[in-house]
Design a binder for this molecule. Structure first.
Ligand SMILES: Cc1cc2nc3c(=O)[nH]c(=O)nc-3n(C[C@H](O)[C@H](O)[C@H](O)COP(=O)(O)OP(=O)(O)OC[C@H]3O[C@@H](n4cnc5c(N)ncnc54)[C@H](O)[C@@H]3O)c2cc1C
Length: 433
């Protein structure tokens, strides 16, 4: 295997694949090294830009992000523009335009407007750039609406009866101008699945990619809505891996009403679709994606990263490039590691910044805004890790959820920060080459 590149990106999530694609687009030879799948693959597939600030639902993410440059100058969105809010927004919009382009119209959204979507529990969350199959699920647009919610036989993760009750309560209690008249649960079967054992979203999505299973599914849906005067049909996120957009279009046409998929739990079919979109777009411009390779350490000489030591099964290899992008994710992907006392970045041993170093055990994780969520690598305006003077690594950039000073869980900004900082790190890496 060739192990010498212009650029090597560590991590195959939203940040790493975005950075790699950007660099390869200008004709550079790029490799992505990835131990496995990260959190991008687990996500709901809907790209949150900024859902909450100070516990309040954000309606216009652009407005709030603009003010971050003044109020939270170390937030990754503020760093994008190097203190200039116009530049930060320009990068944000450009990165989203390019993302929408690679999805070939399978995603929609507007950076000035959040939508509010329902999850498998019938509660809600804001998001912004969303799969086409979710576009009719904006709860803020419902007025006295009657919904039918579809459960699948054997698919226990999505309980249509529970969802129906919960969504009815959620919308009628939490939104002032929006109401649901009724949410009617219905169960249907996928041919040959779910009779004798529980089935997963993955099995259903694979089945619905076949014409036979999809047409039986459609037939049953048509029968179910006869005599119920429904205005919208809600389904779990199962519409296929290959044919999801086409299947959605056919459903809406044949049923004559809007249909939407709701936000799912891992294993998430829309998260897996997103992963595939990003990988395909990177491969299309020549990025080599090496899966199953763990980067163990880096060799630094004269303030430059010279090589990376890697392991795949029992085989060790050295990779070499002119520039490197670290996009190895946060704790779940193990880009950061917490041993109970201290947080480490295991490859470069970069300093990990956290607002409250010694206090992680004092507050329970679920209490919200736990300080560990803000931990990560601090970067300069050029997305280079901040290291003590004299120890800088001049050809290293960092992006995505490994970055410090934001909490994607409470503010709902996960994939948005990963996309925009990955894009920015890619641009800066090009300038260095
Ligand atoms: C369950 C769940 C649901 C979520 N849902 C949403 C959502 O709906 N919307 C949203 O906007 N955000 C969501 N998020 C947050 C969002 O998924 C993340 O913020 C985002 O995906 C981070 O992208 P990333 O590229 O930084 O990292 P990741 O996608 O985590 O990728 C990290 C990559 O680095 C690789 N890696 C790590 N260490 C090494 C190593 N030593 N060598 C080689 N490779 C390595 C991993 O294998 C992986 O490929 C969710 C998060 C979780 C956990």
């Amino acid at each position: 295997m060739d192990t010498t590149y212009d650029a090597i990106v560590i991590g195959a999530g939203m940040a790493g694949l975005t950075a790699a694609r950007k660099i390869a687009e200008v004709g550079k030879k790029v490799a992505v090294l990835s131990r496995g799948l990260g959190t991008t693959n687990m996500s709901t597939g809907a790209i949150d830009l900024l859902g909450y600030t100070q516990n309040k639902l954000v309606s216009n993410p652009e407005d709030e992000i603009r003010s971050f440059v003044r109020t939270s100058p170390r937030h990754p969105y503020a760093i994008l523009g190097n203190g200039d809010d116009k530049k930060a927004l320009e990068i944000l919009k450009d990165s989203i335009q390019e993302f929408l382009k690679i999805t070939k119209m399978a995603y929609v959204g507007d950076t000035t407007r959040n939508v509010v979507l329902s999850n498998y529990f019938g509660t809600y969350r804001p998001s912004c750039i969303i799969p086409l199959t979710m576009k009719n699920g904006n709860l803020l647009e419902f007025t006295d609406t009657k919904l039918m919610v579809v459960g699948i036989r054997g698919y226990a993760e999505f309980n249509a009866k529970f969802f129906a009750k919960s969504l009815h309560h959620t919308v009628n209690s939490f939104f002032r101008q929006n109401t649901l008249k009724e949410v009617v649960p219905k169960e249907i079967a996928i041919p040959s699945l779910g009779k004798d054992k529980e089935i997963t979203s993955i099995e259903i999505a694979e089945a619905l990619d076949t014409e036979y299973a999809f047409s039986r599914f459609l037939e049953q849906l048509k029968k179910s809505i006869i005599d119920i005067d429904v205005e919208i049909v809600v389904i779990p996120a199962i519409l296929g891996y290959k044919n999801w957009v086409q299947n959605h279009t056919i459903l809406e046409k044949e049923l004559g009403v809007p249909v939407f998929e709701c936000l799912s739990l891992p294993p998430s079919v829309p998260g897996q679709r997103l992963q595939q979109i990003l990988e395909n777009a990177a491969s299309d411009v020549g990025v080599e994606i090496h899966r199953g390779i763990q980067v163990l350490s880096a060799h630094i000489e004269n303030n430059e990263c010279k090589t990376l030591e890697t392991i795949a099964d029992i085989y060790r290899q050295t990779f070499e490039a002119d520039v490197y992008v670290l996009a190895s994710g946060s704790f779940i992907a193990e880009g950061l590691y917490f041993d109970g006392k201290k947080i480490y970045e295991p490859i470069f041993n970069l300093p990990v910044h956290s607002p409250n170093r010694n206090n992680f055990s004092e507050r329970r994780l679920e209490s919200g805004k736990h300080s560990i969520a803000f931990a990560g690598i601090q970067v300069t305006e050029t997305m280079k890790p901040i290291i003590e003077k004299g120890d800088e690594i001049t050809n290293l950039f960092a992006a995505g959820s490994i970055l410090a000073n934001y909490d994607y869980i409470s503010e709902k900004s996960g994939l948005g920060v990963a996309l925009t900082t990955g894009y920015r790190a890619g641009m800066n890496a090009i300038n260095k080459l």
